[in-house]
Design a protein around this ligand. Structure first.
Ligand code: CA
Length: 241
């Protein structure tokens, strides 16, 4: 496997240099930029370390712009404080994980490795058939390509979106708690605000539901979390298919 390439977007030079030094010591290939505009001119990275407070475009804008053009690269956001609103805003913008500043270098390394490992895990999941994919209700999730084919479109998924969808699909028909999602998909074991997950579900519903306001596949289980249903049975629902 080629060395993972990491883009650091950080305007505090000493921090950027320190991160680069330590990541390179771990064998990663690293490039640093000190502003968001320049970050958007770069491509072909396996992970982006993205500071929120930047001159000009902030980290939220950069993440949003990357996702808007279909980039699925894992984004680890560095937030000034772990204010819940910043964390949620980061996830909504497309971040896969976040780390509040100041952070412990060992924790940062673990998060970086975790994100890269999950990216690999997604690619290497044993495929029962030729392709690692799941089909339901005329839609197809391709876990190799990180792509969802739905509504006549091919929608790129971020690794976290794909991981979350995979976890829900693996538990089809069963309610999964927000806590277990955090632990399994994000590898977060602290007591974290689980509302971040809800933002991901909102995004996934936009992709897979005919009517995101009346979901039939990604159902909310009140007080617990979510439940994936591949084939909604009619019951009191109307089947638009
Ligand atoms: Ca900064």
């Amino acid at each position: 496997m080629a060395l993972a390439r990491i883009l650091i977007v950080e305007d505090e030079k000493h921090l950027a240099d320190g991160l680069r030094f330590n990541l390179e010591a771990e064998g990663y290939e690293v490039e640093t930029v000190d502003n968001g505009e320049e970050a958007l001119t770069k491509g072909d990275f396996d992970l982006v370390l993205l500071d929120v407070m930047l001159p000009g475009m902030d980290g939220f804008d950069v993440a949003t712009a990357l996702r808007a053009r279909g980039e699925v690269v894992p984004i680890l956001m560095l937030t000034a404080r772990s204010r819940p609103e910043d964390v949620l805003k980061g996830f909504a913008a497309g971040a896969d994980d976040y780390l509040p500043k100041p952070f412990d270098l060992a924790i940062l390394m673990a998060r970086v490795m975790g994100l890269l490992r999950r990216a690999q895990w997604l690619k290497q999941q044993p495929a029962a058939a030729a392709a690692d994919a799941f089909e339901f209700a005329g839609k197809r999730v391709d876990f190799d390509l990180l792509e969802l084919a739905a509504k006549g479109e091919r929608i790129p998924l971020t690794q976290m979106e794909a991981s979350l969808l995979r976890y829900l699909i693996q538990n089809e028909g069963r309610a999964v708690s927000r806590k277990s999602i955090l632990e399994t998909v994000w590898d977060v074991h602290e007591d974290t605000d689980t509302r971040a997950i809800d933002n991901f579900i909102v995004r996934l519903r936009k992709y897979v539901e005919e009517d995101a306001a009346h979901p039939r596949h990604l159902l909310t289980v009140r007080g617990i979390g979510y439940r994936f249903v591949a084939t909604p049975n009619s019951g009191n629902e109307t089947a638009p298919d």
